[in-house]
Each structure stands twice: as C-alpha cells, then as structure tokens.
Design a protein around this ligand. Structure first.
Ligand SMILES: C[C@@H]1N[C@@H](C#Cc2ccccc2)[C@H](O)[C@@H]1O
Length: 447
C-alpha cells in the first residue's frame, strides 16, 4: 500500500440510493452541442477529417486560413433558431434514455450557460438564453436525469497551460484553477437538479499535477451537493495516476475510461460501476456535416447496449445537433429504431446487470433477481440456446418470449465435465424475427 493523500477516498461501489438509480439507467444520451456545431467539421465549402468538436484546434493545411480568429468570432452568429429542448427531450424519452450528459463547456471554452466568469458565453450571442437551463428543465420534465459535461481544458482562457514549466506558467495556472472552481460551483448552484458532472479534458500534465487542488475541489463539490456523481476522469492522485490510483483503487464513483470502447468480459470491469460513451460515426462527437467512414446501425448500438448491461454498465449514445439546433435525420431514425426495440424489450435493460453465466455465442444474459433475460442476436441453426448453470441447486423452471409471453421449451441437456447443468432453450422453428429478441428464463432453487 502506497501512502496517498489524494488517492481514492473509498473502495468498493457506492451503496446509496442515488448511485443505485444511476446503476439502473442502462441507456443514456450524450449531447455535444456548441460553437463547433456551426462549422460542422468544415468551412468555406471544404470539409476536414478530424473530430468536428476539435475544429478550433486545427491548424495549417488541416484548417482554413486565419482560422483561429474566425472561430473565436463565430459565437457572435450563434443563433439556433430551430432549437427546441422539449423536442429533444421527447425524442430521448421515446428512445428509452434514462439520463442525458450535456456539454456545458467543451474544450473551446464556450459556455452554453451565462457564466459570470467569462464573456465567452451564450449570453453574448444573438440567442442570449440559458441553453443549459432549457435542457435541464426539458429533460427533467420528462423524467430524464441530467448530468453536466464539463471540459477542464479550456483553450479560450489565458491562464490555461498544457504543462507548468515556469513561474509564469504557475501564476497563470493559478488564475485558471480559480476560474475553473468558480465555474463548477456556479454550475452546481445554478442547476441544482443536475445529478452529476461528467468531466473531460483532464489528461494534460498541468491538471494532472493538481492532485491536492482537484481533490479538495471534488470534496467541496460533494459537500455542496450531497450525492453528486463524479466519474474517475476528474482528477489524478499524488503520483499522477488517473482513473485508478497508485494502489489500484478507482477514483470517483464510476469508471469513465470506456470512450468509444467496450469491456469484453466481466473481468475487464474490475467490479467497478462504469459507463461507455459511444459515437454513431467512427469518431465525431460534435455535428459534422459529412460523416465519413462507418456509421453504426441501430442494431450495432442495441448490441452494444445489451453487452454493456450484461457487464453491469451503462451505455450512452452521442447525438451532435447542428448549429441551428436540429438533430440530424440519421440520429432521429436511429433513436426511433432503438426506441421501438426498447418499448418491447426494456425489461431486459432497466435495473438489470451481469448474470454469472457462461457467455454463449447466441447473445447476452442480463439478470434482475431470479429472472434471466436472454437477448438473442445470433440465432442458432438448431434453434437451441445453450444455457450452462454452474450454481448448484439452481434450475430454470419457466421460459417465455418477453414480447408476447408465449412459452418456450426447456430441454435438460445433462451435465458437462465441470459437472455444470446444461439446458437447451428451444426457439420454435416457426418463430420468425428480423430483430434481436428476448427470452425470459425464470430460475429457482431446486429442493
Ligand atoms: C467525450 C469525448 N472526449 C473528447 C476527446 C478526446 C480525445 C482527446 C485526446 C485524444 C483523443 C481523444 C471528445 O471531443 C468528446 O468530447
């Protein structure tokens, strides 16, 4: 055990009701919306390859001439006349999302709320109104919890540094730290119904060296807002370790490292709560007018969702509205398709978690109490879903389709070499489905 002053302050999962509610979400929505949504990955008729929300940082041949100056004046034309937070919230509700993570400030430093600590905010645009408040109110109204995305890295602030290499850097960064604390306390005070903060932009050395400051700030935020949920990405420990401290204990309330990436087994999860945040195209978070490369289908995303829940995590799908506040057609149709599937099958998602069952090729197990949910993505040619139960004295007593409750046969398939009980859940040959489907398996302790 290494002696740490600023490592993790708790080992094991949080056991309070607020965190349990987070654990039961299953599906979330991420929204990346800001000044970067105006250029949408291009400018003057030319499109560029990088992630559109990073366009301010592009330079040289990868960016338009005199780009920095142009970009830093774009806020003066930000007027999303099509923005309707209630419409977004309704769409998210119909998709089945239980929480939303909304970008209050991305790396470019533009604030989607009227912060009193900088002029670079929504208040100084033609739109003027507090977009963060509109989003919080609209989503809360339909019962969706709101989490505030906040980028510590802020390219617009004169005190920001990538590293602290001189006394001047130190002085400048002290002003930046004060500014950051002020903005975070401002967000927590202005939007008290926000359940948590989703931090980003915390990888640079300047911030990684602020173990004591960040630790104290996290404690201050948690004191201001008891129950606040903060992920593992916010701060580093005494030795610069992030996500997991130098003793291997996770920092924060859940593992926040699964960005555009999923764990493959329950071992990868290390007993942590976790979320995966996922883009629909390969790597675009902010609106990009030209999605290049592979665009995930609704069923790619549904499989990632079910896989996440089968490994006791939440799955968060990113939406990037355009500069006028429209959610693009591709995202709208994906939300609809996922929503239709969730309307029939959400019992296999909400409040479910990992089942201690051997992973099978046909799909994924999720579990709630004594009910196992078998979500089938790869229907076997012989229509038999193999199930292996290692827990002694437990056997399946009932199986049926979740969608219509029609019964499904359970065949005893003997024992394997490990002396585990094997069963075949037999899908009726006449049952046809062009979509993933769920079979419920009820278990009970055999006498
Ligand atoms: C949630 C996501 N995190 C941000 C990032 C990043 C990033 C930073 C360094 C290297 C590769 C990716 C993206 O812009 C988006 O906000």
């Amino acid at each position: 055990q290494i002696s740490l002053k600023h490592g993790s302050h708790r080992s094991g999962k949080r056991t309070d009701a607020t965190m349990q509610r987070w654990r039961e979400y299953g599906l979330g929505q991420f929204i990346h919306w800001g000044i970067y949504s105006i250029p949408g990955g291009g400018w003057d008729g030319k499109t560029y390859g990088g992630a559109a929300e990073w366009i301010r940082s592009w330079s040289g041949k990868d960016a338009p001439n005199d780009w920095r100056k142009t970009y830093d004046n774009l806020y003066k034309q930000f007027n999303p006349v099509d923005f309707n937070a209630n419409k977004w919230a309704e769409q998210a509700k119909n998709m089945g999302a239980k929480y939303v993570i909304f970008t209050t400030k991305h790396h470019d430093g533009f604030c989607m709320w009227p912060s009193k600590y900088t002029e670079y905010t929504i208040a100084n645009t033609p739109y003027k109104k507090d977009i963060v408040k509109e989003v919080v109110d609209a989503y809360n109204k339909v019962g969706i919890d709101v989490y505030l995305y906040f980028s510590v890295m802020d390219w617009s602030h004169q005190g920001w540094r990538y590293d602290i290499k001189s006394p001047e850097d130190s002085i400048a960064f002290e002003s930046f730290k004060k500014f950051t604390r002020n903005q975070l306390l401002e967000l927590l005070t202005s939007y008290p119904s926000a359940k948590g903060l989703w931090f980003d932009g915390t990888w640079d050395k300047s911030w990684v060296k602020q173990a004591e400051f960040a630790d104290e700030l996290e404690t201050e935020m948690r004191t201001l807002r008891p129950g606040l949920i903060i992920g593992s990405r916010f701060r580093a420990d005494d030795f610069g370790k992030r996500h997991v401290d130098s003793n291997g204990v996770m920092m924060g309330d859940y593992e926040q490292g699964w960005e555009r990436n999923l764990p493959n087994s329950i071992e990868d999860v290390h007993g942590h709560d976790w979320d995966c945040v996922m883009t629909i195209p390969d790597n675009q978070w902010g609106y990009n007018s030209h999605w290049k490369g592979y665009v995930k289908t609704p069923y790619n995303l549904i499989e990632m969702l079910v896989k996440s829940v089968s490994l006791s995590g939440n799955f968060v799908i990113n939406f990037g509205p355009d500069g006028k506040g429209n959610i693009r057609q591709e995202e709208t149709s994906i939300a609809k398709e996922i929503g239709d599937w969730m309307k029939t099958n959400n019992e296999a998602i909400y409040g479910c978690s990992h089942a201690d069952m051997k992973k099978q090729d046909w799909g994924y197990f999720t579990q709630k109490g004594r009910k196992l949910y078998l979500t089938v993505f790869n229907r076997p040619i012989n229509n038999c879903l193999n199930v292996e139960i290692s827990e002694k004295g437990v056997k399946p007593t009932k199986a049926y389709f979740l969608a219509n409750k029609l019964p499904v046969a359970i065949q005893d398939a003997g024992k394997n070499k490990q002396n585990n009980n094997l069963y075949n859940i037999v899908i009726p040959a006449k049952y046809i489905s062009d979509k993933p489907f769920v079979i419920v398996l009820e278990l009970e302790e055999s006498q």
